[in-house]
Ligand binder design. Structure first.
Ligand SMILES: [Zn+2]
Length: 201
């Protein structure tokens, strides 16, 4: 077994139930290497520590009072806490599912950061492919938080298509700027993601 395959086995092992610590430690190693802006790494890191200013956290910290609605702005059916906002909400789940459609795949999406990431990571091979695919995952998280803020503070309407287009474009921009040899056009990236990633290596 070569070094690359050993690495992949170790990665896949990290997603097994009961291996939360391993999955968590490896998660941050991957996060710091991703070809994404530091502000996005910061957002994701804050989220894993439950430090995002969700309505649930603002209420818990008594920064908002009981008269303020602390429900999720996308579905109005649950308290806006991090795991709901990013993973459990129907809107968030739909964004994740649409991403796998884009890739030509279908997966059940876990409702927590680490397992969600490892599920996304899967058993993809190739250093640059892993980085680009990881940037897609980060772009989903960033898009969900940004879309939530646009709805809340800028009066934007919830729109799956707009959020999807924005996250595809954003991930492409990050990869183009930070992965040597990444030369896909936005057109190819948007329409033929799996084939482009397969040859990126
Ligand atoms: Zn919701």
């Amino acid at each position: 077994m070569n070094e690359e395959k050993k690495f992949v086995v170790k990665e896949v092992y990290a997603i097994l139930p009961g291996e939360g610590q391993l999955g968590e430690g490896m998660f941050y190693k991957h996060l710091w290497k991703l070809p994404i802006p530091s502000k996005v790494k910061g957002l994701i890191s804050r989220g894993t520590h439950n430090h995002l200013q969700t309505m649930g956290n603002l209420k818990k910290g008594k920064i908002i009072d009981d008269t303020t609605s602390f429900e999720c702005i996308s579905c109005n059916s649950s308290i806006e806490i991090t795991t709901h906002l990013l993973f459990k909400c129907k809107f968030s789940y739909s964004i994740g599912a649409r991403c796998y459609e884009w890739y030509g795949d279908e997966r059940v999406l876990p409702a927590d950061y680490f397992n969600h990431f490892w599920q996304h990571r899967g058993n993809i091979n190739g250093k640059k492919t892993i980085l680009a695919w990881g940037a897609v995952w980060a772009s989903v998280i960033w898009a969900l938080w940004k879309h939530r803020n646009d709805i809340k503070f800028n009066g934007v309407s919830r729109n799956l298509g707009v959020a999807m287009d924005a996250l595809k474009h954003r991930a492409w921009t990050w990869c183009k700027a930070n992965i040597h040899g990444f030369n896909s056009s936005l057109y190819v990236w948007s329409l033929d993601l799996a084939n482009y990633l397969a040859q990126l290596i």
